[in-house]
Write a protein that binds this ligand. Structure first.
Ligand code: ZN
Ligand code: ZN
Ligand code: ZN
Length: 313
């Protein structure tokens, strides 16, 4: 099949980031966006002015300045997609709040050392860490971390902390699934997939490799050059998206949805500890993941862009 021609780099029309911030650095204008966001459908000029509560001349001027965020429509005025995005960021709480929760005990033991695991929420990230051992991640993360995911404060509402962890898992894994298919979850631009293999991987006395400061030797990395969104993932997480892996895991556990499989994996850290990942060859780079199944195991081999080359079961 012939590769379709790329449409090239799209230049966003009109407003620069500096202009956007200067346009929105005004209470009346933010009030207009908020009123349209909260209103049910389009609002007439007078409805909108009453909702914001400023005099007519001033209101008219500020409304006119919002042409990148608000448009005229049949019923009066409504948010453009850019205005909706601004309001979504406000509602997600990434601009307005910085809550902290925990640490609280997670109620299950560390898969590596059996010590209590704790959960905490700081700087819009949820962390699951062991109080005793090195965990998996290392680097700049909290000591003993084996999960550290971004989650906006809105994700905390109406959820217990374990449910927050689950929501963060779902978000992370959905983003990995998108980026595996080359789509940026933040801006939809094309993403790049790379594999990073530690060249001198030796687990030291502190439980982490000195060189790469983590337990896994292999990381899958996904990067968006357009908006700089990026994620890295362990390899087995990529492997479980393969239909053959799902079929093999279904022989081991009963599940009907991908979320049920995810829950089984989160609830069985001992299973995850039994998954093996290794570099089969470096030139060309070939990687292998072995997932224990009901009888024997399923082996998936990947190339350097994480395409599945073959599956043994
Ligand atoms: Zn531990
Ligand atoms: Zn290493
Ligand atoms: Zn992006």
């Amino acid at each position: 099949m012939e590769e379709p021609e790329a449409v090239g780099r799209i230049e966003p029309g009109g407003v620069t980031p500096t202009e956007a911030f200067s346009i929105l650095g005004n209470e009346t204008r933010v009030g207009i966006l908020q009123a349209l966001w909260e209103g049910e459908g389009p609002m007439s000029f007078s409805e909108l002015r009453d909702a914001v509560g400023v005099d007519k001349g001033n209101f008219n001027y500020h409304l006119g300045e919002l042409s990148h965020f608000v448009r005229r429509c049949d019923g009066g005025y409504e948010l453009r997609e850019t205005g909706t995005q601004v309001m979504r960021a406000v509602v997600a709480g990434t601009i307005t709040e910085n809550p902290e929760i925990g640490p609280v005990e997670a109620g299950r033991p560390c898969p590596f050392c059996g010590s209590p695991i704790e959960l905490l929420y700081r700087n819009e990230h949820i962390t699951v860490r062991c109080r005793n051992c090195a965990g998996v991640l290392g680097g700049d993360l909290p000591d003993g971390a084996f999960m550290h995911y971004a989650l906006p404060p809105a994700g905390l509402a109406d959820r217990s902390l374990p449910e927050v962890v689950e929501a963060a898992h779902v978000l992370f894994e959905a983003h990995v699934a998108m980026m595996l298919q080359g789509v940026c979850p933040a801006c939809t631009a094309r993403t790049e997939t790379d594999v990073v293999v530690c060249e001198d991987h030796v687990i030291g006395p502190d439980g982490l490799c000195d060189r790469c400061e983590s337990v896994p030797e292999i990381w899958a990395t996904f990067t968006c050059r357009n908006c700089r969104y990026g994620r890295r993932s362990v390899l087995w997480l990529v492997a479980i998206y393969h239909p053959a892996a799902i079929a093999a895991l279904r022989e081991r556990w009963e599940f009907d949805t991908f979320l049920e499989l995810q829950r089984l994996l989160w609830a069985n850290p001992g299973y995850i500890a039994s998954v093996t990942e290794r570099v089969v060859s470096t030139d060309p780079l070939r990687l292998q993941v072995e997932l224990p199944a009901e009888s024997g195991s399923i082996t998936l081999r990947f190339d350097d862009e994480l395409r599945v080359l073959d599956v043994d079961y």
